[in-house]
Design a protein around this ligand. Structure first.
Ligand code: ZN
Ligand code: ZN
Length: 348
């Protein structure tokens, strides 16, 4: 089969690799669509992982082979693949910090080499513990593979939105109107709250309004905090969600968030970035600083419900489609997005 093998920093190689053999408790999935995630791009462009590997984790496809001990799955069924499942009994799991669980962090879905997701290949193998614990989910007939591939990013965004305890009637600043920022705006609306967006690109500011933001501003607008105050009865927003790794965006969020409000870091910053902050700003204004990484096992059903019942319009997020052979071009476009670049999907 064909796969895009990570052979070193920014070295993707389109190669023939063996289809992974399936053990008795495993399932093989033929990948139909896989989303290109910001985390994939980081793994490809930074020296974070030892090559060779096959990344890709927002996978939707068709069951192609089933181990003889697997119950409930047959060849031909359409399915999404979760690339990691927590153990559910370590101290992290018992505290619902599933994404800190060692079992969760140890990715086991694979298309060959050190298991790393495996979605950037024609076939991906799903190990037994993922098959048995809800990591393979059927796709309803009226949902496309493209739509289904959004369950994983929806889960990641939903986890952040839940962690920030966004309530109906609240106002939420979303910094960055790329595919993740736009999805945040959709989820904020879905929860009965209102979103205010910022971005640098005029096209993205326009797009934010199209997907339901109540207002959207240029992130360089010197009157941004003033305008946000005017939209929130002089209070500021209840929650700020940082969907871009920018210290400027953080300080803007600090200016725009009400006393007692919350600021959540979602986008991963480059490691060398440090943010100097006077702790009294946090103390006197009682601002909660939060971080949210990856998805939550608990929210998988809800995330599937949101996508499968079209409670948000994921189609509006898709801007580009590439064959697997052109993954490098897709990565280049994601790194230097054009005015109309949003979610990029890959077709093995
Ligand atoms: Zn992802
Ligand atoms: Zn655990």
């Amino acid at each position: 089969m064909k796969a895009q093998v990570f052979r070193g920093v920014n070295q993707l190689s389109y190669e023939d690799v063996p289809i992974p053999p399936v053990e008795s408790d495993e399932v093989l999935v033929q990948v139909k669509v896989v989303g290109l995630c910001q985390s994939d791009i980081k793994k490809i462009l930074y020296p974070l992982y030892e090559p060779p590997r096959i990344f890709g984790h927002e996978t939707a496809g068709v069951v192609a082979a089933v181990g003889n001990a697997v119950k409930g799955w047959t060849v031909g069924q359409r399915a999404i693949v979760l690339h990691h499942i927590p153990c559910m009994h370590c101290d992290y799991c018992l505290n619902e910090n599933f994404s800190m669980c060692e079992v969760y962090k140890n990715i086991t879905t694979t298309a060959g080499f050190t298991p790393s997701g495996g979605g950037f290949a024609e076939y991906v193998k799903v190990p037994g513990h993922i098959v048995r614990n809800g990591g393979l989910m059927g796709i309803p007939d009226d949902i496309t593979f493209e739509q289904a591939s959004f369950v994983e990013p929806t889960n990641c965004c939903m986890k952040a939105v839940k962690k920030a305890q966004i309530q109906p009637g609240q106002t939420v600043l979303v910094t960055g109107a790329g595919p993740i920022g736009l999805m945040f705006m959709m989820l904020v609306n879905y929860l009965g709250a209102r979103a205010i967006a910022t971005d640098l690109l005029p096209s993205r500011i326009e797009k934010a309004l199209q997907v339901g933001a109540m207002a959207a501003f240029d992130a360089r607008d010197p009157d941004l905090a003033q305008k946000v105050q005017e939209l929130t009865n002089g209070m500021g927003v209840d929650v700020s969600l940082l969907a871009v790794p920018s210290d400027k965006a953080f300080f803007q969020a600090l200016d725009c968030t009400r006393k007692g409000g919350k600021i959540l870091f979602f986008a991963e910053f480059p490691d060398e970035v440090e943010i100097p902050i006077n702790p009294n700003v946090i103390y006197r204004r009682e601002i909660d600083l939060l971080g949210s990484y990856s998805s939550s096992y608990r929210l998988q059903r809800l995330s599937a419900d949101i996508v499968f019942n079209k409670r948000i319009d994921v189609d509006a997020l898709v801007s580009d489609r590439y064959p697997l052979s052109e993954l490098s071009n897709a990565v280049a476009q994601a790194v230097k997005p054009g005015p109309d670049t949003y979610k990029i999907l890959i077709y093995p």
